[in-house]
Design a binder for this molecule. Structure first.
Ligand SMILES: NC(=O)c1ccc[n+]([C@@H]2O[C@H](COP(=O)([O-])OP(=O)(O)OC[C@H]3O[C@@H](n4cnc5c(N)ncnc54)[C@H](OP(=O)(O)O)[C@@H]3O)[C@@H](O)[C@H]2O)c1
Length: 238
């Protein structure tokens, strides 16, 4: 796959799945713009960076000019607690970073995405979680926020199909990234997490990024409105 004339924005490309995605897209020749609060450790040729906090409503987002062939929105959260302990503020924080930040970024970028849509196609990728399709205890806040993300994806996929902009989401289960560090902090926790998955391990951010790269590329030009589980079988198997 050659992405030489393509430009992608990866929001949250400094670490985790987003950092792997930046690596893969730039490795295929794409120009990649990375927005996050901290600078990525590895900056390849063809990667530019701007400091952005998607939860800061006062700050203006950097200008995006010309055509944008794809946007991946990676910021997320894991706040797990029993329902009585999940304060309303936890629900607000999860909605802010998972849903409203994405809305803000996409409204900002829609002109540049439309320009690419009119010239062959554009693709948007958001992240959900396995905990939307499968009810898991202590996930009420994040499942509610990501459920909203899935609704956003399907609605925008319908609205922008005539403009040749595709919208999809990936719904991972537990994946070995900084976000999940607290859940994978020692061998006991890691083994217990692996045991919960039919494939008996947790996810590797590189495999999630490989599907993300495919969905953002023209090779996935017939895929829109989908939520794809990358979850070791968790959402479909007993
Ligand atoms: N890892 C898992 O087990 C798992 C499971 C289910 C779903 N997911 C979802 O998959 C997506 C990617 O997860 P991940 O594990 O790769 O997460 P991660 O390791 O926390 O990486 C998230 C990226 O988003 C950036 N980010 C976070 N908050 C931001 C903000 N307010 N403004 C700008 N950038 C921000 C982070 O960079 P800075 O800190 O530099 O800003 C980082 O680059 C998330 O949406 C997550 O909810 C992950």
């Amino acid at each position: 796959m050659d992405l030489k004339d393509k430009t992608y924005l990866v929001v949250g490309g400094s670490h985790g799945i987003g950092a792997e995605l930046v690596e893969q897209l730039s490795g295929l020749g794409a120009s990649v713009i990375c927005w996050s609060r901290t600078e990525p450790e590895n900056k390849n040729a063809g990667v530019s960076y701007a400091q952005v906090d998607v939860c800061d409503r006062e700050a203006e987002l950097p200008t995006v000019e010309g055509k944008l062939h794809g946007v991946a929105y990676c910021p997320g959260s894991i706040q797990l607690a029993s329902f009585p302990r999940l304060k309303i503020e936890a629900f607000e924080q999860d909605l802010e970073v998972n849903l409203l930040g994405a809305v803000r970024v996409l409204q900002h970028c829609i002109k540049a995405l439309s320009a690419a849509g009119a010239d062959g196609g554009a693709s948007v990728l958001l992240f959900s979680t396995v905990a939307v399709r499968v009810g898991l205890p202590f996930h009420a806040s994040i499942a509610a926020a990501k459920g909203a993300v899935e609704g956003l994806v399907r609605s925008l996929a319908a609205e922008y199909a005539p403009k040749n902009i595709r919208f999809n989401a990936i719904a991972p289960s537990l994946t070995d990234t900084p976000l999940a560090a607290g859940l994978l902090g020692d061998d006991k926790k890691r083994d217990a997490s692996a045991e919960r998955h039919p494939l008996k391990r947790v996810g590797d951010p590189r495999e999630t990024a490989t599907t993300a790269t495919h969905l953002l590329s023209p090779d996935a030009g017939w895929i829109t409105g989908q939520v794809i589980g990358i979850d070791g079988g968790m959402s479909a198997l007993r």
